[in-house]
Design a protein around this ligand. Structure first.
Ligand code: ZN
Length: 248
């Protein structure tokens, strides 16, 4: 019965092997969790739509509106060019500007939930996470007269609480494959150039028609850049397709 003891004792003795192993495992787990929280398409905390598979099709998304003065301009450009988009709206703004939400829907664009107050959900407790999603869901259902299907977390930050709250509402969680920091307002031509140089087939492009932390949001440069972005992508042989086709 004693044969196993020496081996066991050797393994468990405070030495130079076990502790680094534990530290290494801890670091790996930490890196995995960080990836799950911060990477917008990480599957660590559940499935995320991060890109399409068709190499000719791309998907346009706008976050943080509705934002009077900018969202209308973007809708006009999309209508003029016959391009579909998905708008991930902030619930508090949707309640303030219901006509703008209806106008997005009337343009046959998709509308997704982007929380009530654009809070960073990885720092929020379970009750807050649920309230942020559910309050927005109720306002959007009321405005649209139909269920909302899409959710995108502010900054893409997610945890298992977020995954659970989204699943309860029947949402598909959406990330993005290309962000160009249009929120930093580098100039419309620079926004256009960044998209032109990096947008590839299957890409989900993240742009912003509003500002999650300020109303009105200064997103005129994004609106200014949009016609050129559409022209460039089409010149490269890309087709703008509705995001909803990725919900399999
Ligand atoms: Zn946002």
């Amino acid at each position: 019965m004693a044969e196993g003891r020496p081996t066991c004792a050797r393994r468990l003795s405070p030495g130079t092997e076990v502790i680094p192993l534990l530290v290494g495992a801890g670091a790996a787990a930490g890196a995995l969790l960080a990836h799950g929280v911060y990477a917008p398409t990480s599957p660590v905390f559940g499935p995320v739509i991060g890109r399409g598979r068709d190499p000719r099709r791309v998907y346009l998304t706008f976050d943080d509106g509705p934002n009077p003065g900018v969202t209308e301009r973007i809708l006009d450009t999309l209508a003029e060019h016959g391009v579909p988009a998905a708008f991930f709206v902030v619930g508090g703004y949707a309640e303030r500007f219901p006509a703008l939400v209806r106008r997005i829907a009337d343009g046959s664009h998709e509308i997704g939930n982007h929380t009530w107050s654009h809070v960073k959900l990885h720092r929020s407790g379970p009750a807050r996470v649920r309230a942020e999603l559910e309050r927005t869901d109720a306002v959007l259902r009321d405005l649209l007269g139909r269920p909302v299907r899409l959710f995108r977390a502010p900054h893409g930050y997610r945890t298992p609480l977020v995954t659970r709250a989204a699943a309860r509402l029947g949402y598909s969680v959406v990330g993005w494959s290309l962000g160009v920091w249009d929120t930093a307002r580098p100039g419309a031509e620079e926004i256009r150039r960044r998209v032109r140089s990096r947008l590839r087939g299957g890409g989900i492009l993240l742009l912003h028609d509003g500002d999650g932390y300020a109303m009105p949001g200064a997103r005129e440069q994004t609106a200014d850049a949009l016609p050129g972005i559409i022209r460039d992508a089409r010149a490269a042989g890309l087709i703008f397709a509705p995001l909803g086709e990725l919900l399999a």
